[in-house]
Design a binder for this molecule. Structure first.
Ligand code: CA
Ligand code: CA
Ligand code: CA
Ligand code: CA
Length: 299
């Protein structure tokens, strides 16, 4: 074997343990291994963005975030890459959210074709995971100021909350394992909205869905309160969608009989607690089916 290795290299083989030792701590060129790899990965990610290789960009920025979770640039560009990778037309989605009544806006987002809905749902999860640390001041290295992410973040919360209603089995993916949007329907009702087909879900699925969508809406509305003006986006309309959805989603908590469950009490504010049976029938004739429902005494 050794006859194939040129004499010069053969002579240098003895240096390798020393080089490994040097690489493990300090080195003669003065850079640290971490800085070199972080900057390289960020630069590779930006190049991938420029080349419209969004999946590769997302991969690179994911690696950068793992290396430097306190770096705002890494988080910000990961969020951006995820949105681009999902082929999300953010301008169109924001127009949809801010034009028309809150119910119509939510219904239009809800009815997005399944694979596209899933792409938006997933991308907005990445956005939440990466812009929240910037907003909360957990990523203070880098160049993205905390207040710059509020509007993007509030839109991401809203889209994720609406599409959580499509993820009926709550596994984080909108796919064929969820009820189709023909079986579980979001419809406009009096400017707000109503669910149809809720009884196709289990009581646990109903409360998980209402609870998770509700906490996304709550967190997002907190972010909305900090959004500064001058964005060109109708902030009042966005706030209106938030407020309507929070009321209308929360109305569907189901009293499953377990003490302390969120369905106890008058969830829809009509003055009567748990007035509906969970039976697919509008028992109180108010136009909504199975809102503020109960399991007990209904069989
Ligand atoms: Ca009620
Ligand atoms: Ca109730
Ligand atoms: Ca009803
Ligand atoms: Ca009912």
């Amino acid at each position: 074997m050794t006859r194939f290795i040129p004499a010069g290299i053969r002579g240098c083989l003895g240096c390798i343990p020393l080089l490994i030792l040097l690489a493990g701590c300090e080195n003669i060129w003065g850079w640290s291994a971490d800085e070199d790899s972080f900057d390289h990965v960020m630069s590779d990610g930006r190049e991938a963005l420029r080349n419209e290789q969004y999946a590769l960009a997302e991969e690179k920025f994911t690696a950068a975030v793992a290396m430097r979770p306190e770096n705002s640039d890494a988080h910000y560009y990961l969020a951006k890459a995820a949105v681009l990778n999902a082929d999300v037309d953010v301008y169109f989605l924001v127009q949809t959210l801010t034009n028309g009544t809150p119910g119509a806006s939510a219904v239009q987002i809800f009815n997005t074709e399944s694979s596209h809905a899933n792409a938006i749902y997933r991308a907005n999860y990445v956005v939440l995971q990466n812009l929240e640390p910037i907003r909360r001041g957990l990523a203070l290295q880098g160049n993205i100021p905390r207040e710059n992410v509020d509007l993007d973040l509030s839109i991401a919360y809203l889209l994720r909350a609406i599409l959580r209603l499509r993820d009926t089995n709550g596994d984080g993916v909108i796919d064929g394992n969820d009820l189709p949007s023909s079986a579980f329907v979001l419809s406009e009702l009096g400017g707000g909205f109503a669910f149809e087909g809720l009884q196709s879900l289990t009581p646990d699925q109903v409360n998980a869905m209402v609870g998770e969508a509700g906490s996304l809406l709550f967190d997002g509305s907190m972010v909305m309160a900090d959004v500064a003006g001058d964005s060109g986006i109708d902030i009042d309309a966005l706030n209106n969608v938030y407020a309507t959805l929070q009321d209308d989603v929360g109305a569907y908590y189901l009293n499953n009989g377990i003490p302390g469950n969120p369905g106890e009490g008058d969830n829809d504010g009509d003055g009567v607690a748990d007035e509906e049976c969970f039976n697919g029938v509008d028992d109180d004739g108010d136009g909504r089916t199975d809102e503020d429902a109960r399991v007990a005494g209904c069989s």
